[in-house]
Design a protein around this ligand. Structure first.
Ligand SMILES: Nc1ncnc2c1ncn2[C@@H]1O[C@H](COP(=O)(O)OP(=O)(O)OP(=O)(O)O)[C@@H](O)[C@H]1O
Ligand SMILES: Nc1ccn([C@H]2C[C@H](O)[C@@H](COP(=O)(O)O)O2)c(=O)n1
Length: 683
C-alpha cells in the first residue's frame, strides 16, 4: 500500500495481463456478521483484508466472538448462536458503513431483548452520514436508541441496560429511497428475534440499490434463513428462523473493484504480447449487483467476454461512446463510468445517483470538482452528473486529485493517466484505497505499461558515506518509488568472487582472462531482494555486504569493465512504475543518463568518517576514525580515477553538500527540488 502524502502516476500507454481481485467488501462484512451470529463455526475463505473488514472483525472480537486464522488461509469464526457473551461495549467503527448499519440493527435488538447497552461511533465523516431511517425503524420495534450528538446520526447508544419486549406484530416500516443498507441491516438482524412468529418489513418509498438487497437475501439463505419477498415492498422472515453456519464459505472477488480493471481494458490499448485484461475471482455468475457494470461498459464500447468466475476485457469502440444511463442499479461502480466518460465521443449523463451524496464523501461534488481539474466540463444536479471530456488533447491538464478519504475517487482517477496529452496524474492520500483494495495501485502498475522514458528516475551519486543510501531510501519511500542500491550489486560480486575463490586483488584484475571470469560471475548472480534483505543463492547476506572490507572489495571489482557491463541489464530492470530512485556512482552519468533529476551528494571526508564510525559503532562493530578516514579516501580515489564509469557528477546534476545538514534536511531539499520538476509544481 502507498502510505504517502501523494502518488504521482506517470502517463500510461497500455495495459495487459491477469489480475485476481480482493474479496467483495459487501459480501465480506455480511458474511462476518452472519457467521458470528450463527450456531456453529464458519470457515471463511478469500475474505477481503481492508480497513472496513478489520473494523468489523475488531468489533466482533470485542463482542466476545472467537476468531481463529486457519492453516489453510481461512478465517474461522466461532458463532455465538444469537446470544452475545458481552452485554456492554463501546465500538469504534471508523468510516465503515457496512459495519455501522448492520451492527446497529443487530445490537439494538439483542440489547433490547437481553438488557444490554452498546455505543457505536466512528470518524467525523461517519457522524455526518445519516442513519435516522434505521433508528426510526428500531424505535418502532421498541428498541431504546439514543443519538448521542445529532438526532438521526451516529454516535448511537443502543439499549439501556434493561430488557424490553420487542413489538414484532406489526410490519416494521423502513425507508428504502435513501440507502438500501437500512433494509439490509434489518434483514440481517430480525432473524435473531423471529423465533415465535413471522416478522415483516415494509419498505417506504422506492427501494434503491436493489442488487445489494439481493446479496443480502442470497447470503441469508446460505446461513439457513429464507425470506419471502413480495415485489420490493415487503419482506417476511418466517417464524422459527435461526442462523446456522454453512460450514465453509468463499467470498467472491469484489465486482465494484472489478469496474476499474474493466474500464482499464476498455480504454487502454493492449500491451504488445498480451490480449488485454483478464480478471479472475468474479464473473457473470456473481451475486453482486455491480457485475452489471459489464453491461454499462459494453454500452460505452468495451469488448468483454465473460465466464462464471472470470472476465476478459479488450478495447472495442474507440473513442468510447458517450451514454445516458440510469445508474440506480450500480451506484458504486457507476463512478467508474464518470472517468470512462473522459474518453468518450460526447457528453455522458449518469442519473439516479442521489445516494452518491451521502457516501464516504459527497461523491457527485467530488467527481465533478476533480474531473473539472483535468479539463472536463461537468454539470451536476441533485441526482445526476453530466460530463463532457476535454475537447482536444491540449485541453487536458495535469491535475492533483483530491480524494476526500474516498477509496473510489482515488481508484477512478488513476485511470486519467491514460489521457491523450500524456500528462501525469497526482493522487492525493493514495492510502484511502485501503478501505476496499489496499494493493490497488500495485495491481494497476503490474498490468500497465508505458514507454521507459515516461518512468521517472532520480539519481543520487556520490562518494562513500555521504549518505546516498539513507537519502535515497527515504526519498523513494516518500514518493512510493522503487529503490536501486547499485553498490549492493558490486558488493555482491565481491562476495561471490570470494566464495568462488576468485581473487579481487588489484593486480589480478588486470588479467583479461580473470576479468572475463568475474564478468561471467556477475552475469550469473542469483540474487533476490526481499524488502531490506538481500538473498544470495537463497542465503541472507545483508549484513555480510555492509562490512568495510566488502565495500573495499566492491570498489576493486567495480573497476572491471566486464563486471560493469554484466550488471547493466539488472540495473535497468529496476526502472518500473511508478518511478525509481537509484543510488551509486554512475547512476546519472552512465546507467540512467536521461534521468529527470540527478543529485551529486557530498560531505567532507572528515564528516563522512565520523558518520561511518557512528554507524559501525551503533551496529556493535569496532572501528577507528583515523583508519576509516584513510580507507574512505583510498576508496574515493579508486572510484574517481578508474577508467570505466568513474565516480563524478553528471553535468546536469544538482550538487548537495550535506556536511552541515541532518538527514531530514537533506531529504527535504531533494524532495523540494523534485517537486519543482514535476507537472504539479504549482500545487
Ligand atoms: N545528512 C546526514 N547527516 C548526518 N548523518 C547522515 C546524513 N546522511 C547519512 N547519514 C548517516 O551517515 C551514515 C552513512 O550513510 P549511508 O550509508 O547512507 O551512506 P552511503 O553514501 O550510502 O554510503 P556507501 O556508499 O558506503 O554505501 C549512516 O549512518 C547515516 O545515518
Ligand atoms: N554505481 C556504482 C555503485 C557502486 N560502485 C562501487 C564503488 C563503491 O566503492 C562500491 C560499493 O558501493 P557502496 O555500496 O558503498 O555505495 O561499489 C560503483 O562502482 N558503481
Amino acid at each position: 500500500m502507498f502510505a504517502i502524502p501523494h502518488l504521482d502516476i506517470p502517463p500510461l500507454a497500455s495495459a495487459g495481463g491477469t489480475i485476481r481481485l480482493p474479496g467483495s467488501k459487501s459480501i465480506s462484512n455480511r458474511v462476518l456478521l452472519l457467521a458470528a451470529l450463527s450456531v456453529g463455526h464458519t470457515d471463511i475463505t478469500d475474505l477481503l483484508d481492508s480497513d472496513d473488514t478489520r473494523v468489523m472483525l475488531k468489533a466482533l472480537a470485542e463482542l466476545g466472538c472467537r476468531i481463529e486464522p486457519q492453516a489453510d488461509g481461512a478465517l474461522r469464526i466461532h458463532g455465538v448462536g444469537g446470544a452475545l457473551p458481552v452485554q456492554r461495549a463501546k465500538l469504534f467503527l471508523g468510516n465503515a458503513g457496512t459495519a455501522m448499519r448492520p451492527l446497529t440493527a443487530s445490537l439494538a435488538l439483542l440489547a433490547t431483548r437481553h438488557g444490554g447497552e452498546f455505543e457505536l461511533s466512528g470518524i467525523p465523516r461517519m457522524h455526518e452520514r445519516p442513519i435516522g431511517d434505521l433508528v426510526d425503524a428500531l424505535r418502532q420495534l421498541g428498541c431504546p436508541v439514543t443519538c448521542l450528538a445529532n438526532e438521526g446520526y451516529p454516535p448511537l447508544r443502543l439499549g439501556d441496560g434493561q430488557p424490553h419486549a420487542l413489538q414484532l406484530e406489526q410490519p416494521i416500516r423502513v425507508r428504502g429511497d435513501v440507502s438500501s443498507q437500512f433494509l439490509t441491516a434489518l434483514l440481517l438482524a430480525l432473524p435473531l428475534v423471529a423465533q415465535e412468529s413471522d416478522v415483516a418489513i415494509e419498505v417506504v418509498g422506492e427501494l434503491i440499490s436493489r442488487p445489494y438487497i439481493e446479496i443480502t437475501l442470497n447470503l441469508l439463505e446460505r446461513f439457513g434463513v429464507n425470506v419471502r419477498r413480495d415485489g420490493w415492498e415487503r419482506f417476511t422472515i418466517s417464524a422459527g428462523s435461526r442462523y446456522a453456519s454453512p460450514g465453509r464459505i468463499a467470498v467472491e472477488g469484489d465486482a465494484s473493484s472489478a469496474s476499474y480493471f474493466i474500464a482499464l481494458g476498455a480504454l487502454a490499448p493492449a500491451t504488445p504480447g498480451t490480449d488485454g485484461i483478464t480478471i479472475e475471482g468474479v464473473g457473470l455468475s456473481s451475486i453482486q449487483g455491480d457485475i452489471r457494470f459489464v453491461e454499462a461498459a459494453r454500452l460505452m464500447g468495451a469488448n468483454i467476454a465473460g465466464e462464471a468466475n472470470r472476465l476478459h476485457i479488450r478495447r472495442g469502440t474507440w473513442p468510447l461512446k458517450a451514454i445516458d444511463l440510469d445508474c440506480n442499479h450500480i451506484p458504486d461502480a457507476a463512478m467508474t463510468l464518470a472517468v470512462m466518460a473522459l474518453y468518450a465521443d460526447g457528453t455522458t449523463t449518469l442519473s439516479n445517483i442521489a445516494s452518491w451524496r451521502v457516501k464516504e464523501t459527497d461523491r457527485i461534488a467530488a467527481m465533478a470538482t476533480e474531473a473539472r481539474k483535468l479539463g472536463a466540463s461537468v454539470e451536476e444536479g441533485a441526482d445526476y452528473i453530466r460530463i463532457t471530456p476535454p475537447a482536444r488533447p491540449q485541453d487536458w491538464r495535469a491535475a492533483s486529485i483530491h480524494t476526500y478519504d474516498d477509496h473510489r475517487v482515488a481508484m477512478c482517477f488513476s485511470l486519467a493517466a491514460f489521457n491523450p496529452a500524456h500528462l501525469p496524474v497526482r493522487i492525493e492520500d493514495p492510502k484511502c484505497v485501503a478501505k476496499t483494495f489496499p494493493d490497488y495501485f500495485e495491481t494497476l502498475f503490474q498490468v500497465c505499461a508505458t514507454p521507459i522514458e515516461n518512468i521517472p528516475v532520480i539519481c543520487v551519486d556520490g562518494p562513500t558515506a555521504s549518505g546516498k543510501g539513507t537519502l535515497s531510501a527515504e526519498v523513494a519511500e516518500q514518493l512510493g518509488y522503487h529503490l536501486l542500491d547499485s553498490g549492493v550489486l558490486y558488493r555482491l560480486v565481491g562476495l561471490a568472487a570470494e566464495q568462488a575463490g576468485l581473487s579481487t586483488a588489484e593486480p589480478d584484475l588486470k588479467d583479461p582472462a580473470h576479468a572475463r571470469r568475474l564478468g561471467e560471475l556477475a552475469a550469473g548472480l542469483r540474487v533476490r531482494f526481499e524488502g531490506q534483505k538481500t538473498l544470495f543463492e537463497g542465503r541472507d547476506v545483508t549484513d555480510d555486504l555492509r562490512t568495510e572490507s566488502a565495500g573495499m572489495a566492491a570498489s576493486r571489482v567495480s573497476s572491471v569493465a566486464e563486471v560493469r557491463q554484466a550488471l547493466l541489464g539488472l540495473q535497468h530492470a529496476f526502472r518500473q512504475l511508478p518511478g525509481l530512485v537509484a543510488d551509486g556512482r554512475d547512476m546519472g552519468t552512465v546507467i540512467f543518463p536521461d534521468a529527470r533529476m540527478k543529485v551529486f551528494l557530498t560531505a567532507s571526508a572528515e564528516q563522512r568518517a565520523v558518520r561511518r564510525h557512528k554507524q559501525l559503532i551503533s551496529k556493535g562493530i569496532a572501528a577507528n576514525i583515523d583508519g576509516l578516514l584513510a580507507d574512505l579516501k583510498a576508496r574515493d580515489l579508486r572510484d574517481i580515477s578508474r577508467t570505466h564509469a568513474p565516480l563524478k557528477a553528471a553535468e546536469d546534476a544538482l550538487q548537495l553538500d550535506n556536511s552541515g545538514m541532518d538527514i531530514e534536511q537533506s531529504v527535504q531539499q531533494v524532495l523540494d527540488w523534485w517537486q519543482g520538476r514535476t507537472a504539479f509544481s504549482g500545487s
